[in-house]
Design a protein around this ligand. Structure first.
Ligand SMILES: [Zn+2]
Ligand SMILES: [Zn+2]
Length: 187
């Protein structure tokens, strides 16, 4: 009898750290949405989408310029060492970024944005950003743990696996937009 593979979501959550990361980001997302609940819906939706779009650019810039710093670089502590290890063994879990690095970064960014602008719209903006980051972590894990035939967005998976072959291209994981615009998209 052929061996049955566990369901897709089970493989996404097979590593405890993955489940913890998804849960922590989902709780943060819910908290930000509650904080933004007084914002009129159209303003909330527009600002949330702006946050999501901002994430796609941030993801591209971080991956291209911060995560591919040489591991001996003084700034490599902020994600590049972990990313170097990920490129050395792409299927080794956890694939998600360490929560000890990402939660403080998100919190400091949120507090700084609130302090600098004092704007209530920071909550829906950050909600869009955190949703984008959650999408990044889920899609990055999915790219490595799902078989191509079962991935709902196979072209996104292929693009990321191609990045593992040529690290000068395909930096976007949730969106190919910035790779296309900035000339780093390869097939
Ligand atoms: Zn990867
Ligand atoms: Zn990379």
């Amino acid at each position: 009898m052929p061996e049955r593979r566990p369901a897709r979501w089970r493989r996404l959550l097979a590593c405890k750290q993955h489940g913890l990361t998804f849960a922590a980001l989902a709780v943060g997302e819910a908290w930000l949405c509650v904080r933004a609940s007084a914002t009129p819906f159209v303003v909330f939706a527009g600002t949330w989408l702006l946050g999501l779009a901002t994430w796609t650019l941030l993801e591209y810039l971080l991956h291209r310029f911060a995560f591919h710093l040489p591991p001996a670089h003084p700034l490599a502590l902020f994600g590049a060492r972990q990313h170097f290890d990920h490129h050395a063994a792409p299927d080794r879990t956890p694939i998600t970024k360490p929560l000890a690095l990402t939660i403080p970064a998100l919190l400091i960014g949120w507090l700084a944005a609130r302090w600098l602008t004092g704007a209530e719209l920071v909550a829906p903006l950050w909600a869009g950003l955190v949703a984008g980051y959650l999408g990044y972590e889920v899609m990055h894990v999915a790219a490595h743990v799902l078989a191509p035939a079962e991935h709902p967005l196979a072209s996104f998976q292929r693009a990321h696996l191609d990045h593992h072959v040529d690290i000068r291209s395909n930096f976007g994981i949730t969106s190919p937009l910035w790779d296309v615009l900035l000339g780093t998209r390869r097939r």
